[in-house]
Design a binder for this molecule. Sequence first.
Ligand code: DGJ
Length: 542
Amino acid sequence: MFLNVGSGFGQATKNRAQKGNKASSPSMPQLVSQNGKHTFYVDGKPYLILGAQMWNSSGWPAILDKTWPQLRELNCNTLEVPVYWEQIEPQRGKFDFANLDKLILDARREGLRLVLLWFGSYKNGQSQYVPAWVKENPQEYPRMVDGTGRSIGVLSSLSEKNRNADAQAFTAMMRHIRQVDERYKTVIMVQPENEPGSLGTDRDYSTQATQLFKEQVPAKLVSALKKQPGSWEQVFGPEAAEAFSAYHMAVYINYIAEAGKKEYPLPMYVNAWIKENRFGRAGEHPSGGPTSNMLDIYKAAAPGIDLLAVDIYHRNYMQFRELCEKYGRPDNALFIPETGRGIAFARFHFYAIGDYNAIGVAPYGIDPFHADPNDKRDKEKLDNKFSGIAANYRLLRPAIPLITSLQGTGKLQAAAEEDGLGDELLHFSNYDLLLTYGFPTYKEPKEMTGRVLVGEIGPDEFILIGFDTKFQFRPKLGSGFSTAEFISVEEGTFKDGVWQKIRNWNGDEVYHSTLTPEGVMLKIKLKGLQSDKFDNKPNFER
Ligand code: DGJ
């Protein structure tokens, strides 16, 4: 049986997460979007996901049990863990929540929040995680067919049977989470499916799919996209197959998400395997996922999805920034649920949070499934791999209230060291800030560790949070002042949103005016002067 695609639009309205069908408690996690500013609330307070994602097959007690110590060292506040349809519903209609219950209890004990990744019908453009009773029965649970007529390992998104079976398991899980976790809110967000789409084909070429593909694009979609009516090929040209797949995938996932929200209205998002790779052809990346060229289709066809997230493994900052720009939109909060884990990626967190108002970031592959954390050499390797991320989280976590209050106001900016970039000039209301990378003690070429978040908290006051970066302020040109004097440079941190001074910087610390390699948070008060008597010394030699 196939879906009536003409009525494919979901029933959800904007901010559905706030208006779940059942009464939600006041502290329900929710994503609030106002005037293009997105804030994710947990326990009624703005939250920033400083996360970590497990490897794919690690959502099992044996692996989780040895991961908790490492997560403590990482200082993350949120763990992203897959929950498998095949694990939850090993036999049709028989649900097993034992592993999920243990996961929730353990995370609660650790003071960690959870983002659950529903590996249901789709995982990276394939359907590997569906239960055996689905895999063994393709007559009942049909697959997509590729251009050569072969049935492939991807469930058809046009099948009502597939969709309903997935939705039934997903809603059972959401109902269960409500029962065991509503009072605690350990689980704060859910990702129905993972990098959905079809890998290996740009669309389903089954007879039914091809028939639908020849029909007109649904009127509601055409009007939401402000396009002229026509066939898929007429409306979308060379992207027709991908647009067709994205629309049906969005409708499919939206149905599942909305059904789940009726049970328990947690915010839900779908993540993308990006198209910004090699030739960028649909099928080489899963066709029908929320790739950057399909975002408008998802927005129109999946109103029950709160945001479309982007997984970024690119190591080049221009590509990283370009993707942040594409996904951080007035109608879409930026969330990066997967990124790399080495030191090279630590600076990207700063861009995402400071310049694109991300509600969260997470390195992928956090658990030591292949390593023994009790073995000294394994442990050292793990520590090295995650040291940059751990340092970020240690520094950023106490500053979450400040960061989230400044996001979207234009008063928060990020800067980071890049290959060949000696310094960077940032502009604020009354001051220019020159940032120079490279801590003086480094003699050899080193990793690009310089990274800083700058918050303008008053006309003459700034918070600097970062690593390995020299800072020099000048009053704005035309202000009548030539020099900025430091009235105070306080090193400190935040406790419950209130600044806690640790010490004052003067002397050599101010002479060098450099954020240390270990990371430091400074509150700086300035005063404009007409003389240049108090100006900072020139940059140290690089
Ligand atoms: C992206 C996927 O979403 C993850 O589940 C995982 O497979 C990573 N790729 C591996 O790099």
